[in-house]
Design a protein around this ligand. Structure first.
Ligand code: HEM
Length: 506
């Protein structure tokens, strides 16, 4: 190559680079951007295991509440304190979703479902889902849901007592695996009215959990550089994602086709029935705008079953981990349960208001260990501002819920685990909740109530029946060893469950 040609190539490459990573005036400060991954190199360099923690550190370093950078070709800003996260979550112009590879893979090329859709489709489908699932106990207190939940928790307790499997043997259980089947079944039941045998529900939960771990909370290499899947399918998480998506679609399709076979005019016994009726009615009426389709029903199923089968077991696992680490908190929760509920029956959702210390422990665990540390990426639907910075239309907007929960302006000693911070001088739970583990506003987690109810009943049921300890020759993992993902999970660990001898006390 002649020197002139070489110089020309260099100039062209430089121009492409400068053009790709050109930032508008008053864009938030952040790391330097380099070809292909933009600022992602530095994010990973500073914390390869838990990259979201880099944003928290960067915000302090740049003395800012918003960090700005490129992730691949995506222009990205990250809100890094409680006020700025609230601004993102509550301003209408930030309620878009990012058009990326994995969401399109789930929708066979389209952005479907609830989690990754936007605009009129999202609004109509979210409203329909919440309104109809409420009738089956999703998002409110319901006797039938409570009954199902109690049965699942009782099965879990029996499994711990009698279990002789790889997941639980001699009262030593693998966490979070122990919790996969119960939580997958609770979600399958709400969506389809069905319940699967233990082994099948466990397998479903296991595959979903593996998927949650490979989608990085920063949206990951697969979303920012999807072409890399052709060269490094395993490393960028494509192998697992492709397999898990195919597996989950087959699973959901079989639930739907069972319903289609049985569907009669009167039946509306579960969400799938309701959805198919609505879809058929709209076709019959010939509605001009119709976001209802069987593909949409399938992706709502993926959203729900994926969310419930990963987030609830992961969060409950973190709570068990913290209760084992902080023994005095475990003891105080047990004392409260003994006083209020006793041992004749399992704790119920009606007991929640009378168990403030247990509630405070769950709230503090969800603050201290933010399950979705960067939430789900939002998108600016128009040119706007955030924390005083200019944010162009189309920018990906991340909420560092982790930073909101460690914000020194809001929390005393934020790095300490202290359930007492949520108890007032009368021993009651503090009404005003400044935690945001589920986000806020129009995009707030659709499963918040369901998740809180499940976590409460599982945690209190287990504590009522067992003392939690570390088995001999084992150690509890540190939170810095967590497995990163769209929802974070603890490094798998073993827990010893010892029966509490209630009868002796009576
Ligand atoms: C501890 C458990 C859970 C946590 C911490 C959690 C957290 C979150 C967060 C942070 C978001 C993003 C909000 C935003 O966009 O700003 C979200 C969205 C969502 N979650 Fe959850 N979630 C949990 C459980 C569940 C469950 C059990 C379900 C369903 C069964 C669910 C369904 C959804 C859906 C559908 C969305 C998308 C909402 C929308 O975009 O309109 N989540 N969740």
């Amino acid at each position: 190559m002649t020197p002139i040609l070489l110089s020309l190539v260099i100039v062209v490459l430089l121009l492409i680079y400068l053009n790709t990573f050109r930032l508008p005036k008053n864009f938030p400060p952040g790391p330097k951007n380099f070809p292909i991954w933009g600022g992602y190199y530095q994010v990973l360099w500073e914390n390869l295991n838990l990259p979201y923690r880099t944003f928290h550190a960067m915000a302090k370093r740049y003395k800012t509440n918003v960090v700005g950078l490129f992730l691949g070709n995506f222009k990205v800003v990250v809100a890094c304190d409680l006020d700025t996260c609230r601004e993102v979550l509550l301003k209408p112009e930030f309620q878009g979703r990012v058009d990326a590879f994995v969401p399109r893979l789930r929708g066979d090329g389209d952005l479907l479902g609830i989690i990754f859709s936007e605009g009129p489709l999202w609004q109509e489908q979210r409203r329909f889902m919440l309104r109809n699932m409420r009738d089956f106990g999703f998002g409110k207190r319901s006797d039938s849901l409570e009954h199902d939940l109690q049965e699942e928790v009782q099965d879990l307790i029996d499994l711990i007592r009698k279990g002789n499997t790889e997941v639980c043997k001699d009262r030593i259980a693998q966490i979070p695996e122990l919790l996969y089947a119960i939580n997958a079944n609770m979600a399958i039941q709400i969506y389809s009215g069905d319940r699967k045998p233990l082994a099948e529900a466990h397998e479903f939960g296991f595959v979903m959990a593996e998927q949650a771990k490979v989608i990085d909370a920063t949206t990951g290499a697969l979303n920012i550089t999807p072409w890399m899947r052709h060269f490094f399918p395993k490393q960028v998480g494509y192998t697992v994602t492709k397999h898990a998506t195919k597996y989950a679609k087959r699973f959901v399709d079989s639930l739907i086709s069972n319903h289609k076979e049985k569907l009669s005019d009167e039946t509306s016994n579960d969400f799938i029935d309701r959805y198919i009726h609505e879809m058929n009615n709209r076709i019959y009426r010939g509605d001009e705008y119709n976001s209802f389709s069987e593909r949409q029903l399938q992706v709502i199923g993926l959203d729900m079953l994926f969310a419930a089968s990963t987030t609830i077991p992961f969060m409950t696992a973190f709570i068990l981990l913290l209760l084992t680490k902080y023994k005095e908190v475990q003891r105080k929760c047990q004392e409260e349960i003994d006083q209020v509920v006793g041992q004749g029956r399992l704790p119920t959702l009606q007991d929640r208001q009378f168990l403030p210390y247990c509630e405070a422990t769950i709230r503090e665990a969800m603050r201290y260990q933010t399950l979705a540390p960067l939430g789900v990426p939002h998108k600016a639907l128009e040119d706007t501002t955030l924390g005083g910075y200019f944010i162009p239309k189309g920018t990906m907007v991340l909420t560092s819920l982790y930073s909101a929960h460690r914000d020194e302006k809001v929390w005393d000693e934020p790095d300490k685990f202290m359930p007492e911070r949520f108890i007032d001088s009368d021993g009651k739970i503090i009404r005003k909740d400044m935690t945001v583990p589920f986000g806020l506003g129009k995009r707030v987690c659709a499963g918040e109530t369901f998740a809180r109810q499940n976590i409460f009943v599982q945690m209190t049921g287990l504590l009522q029946n067992f003392d939690l300890d570390v088995p001999a020759q084992c150690r509890l993992p540190d939170l810095s060893e967590n497995v990163s993902g769209i929802s974070e999970s603890p490094k798998p660990f073993q827990l010893k469950f010892t029966d509490r001898l209630y009868k002796k006390k009576i």
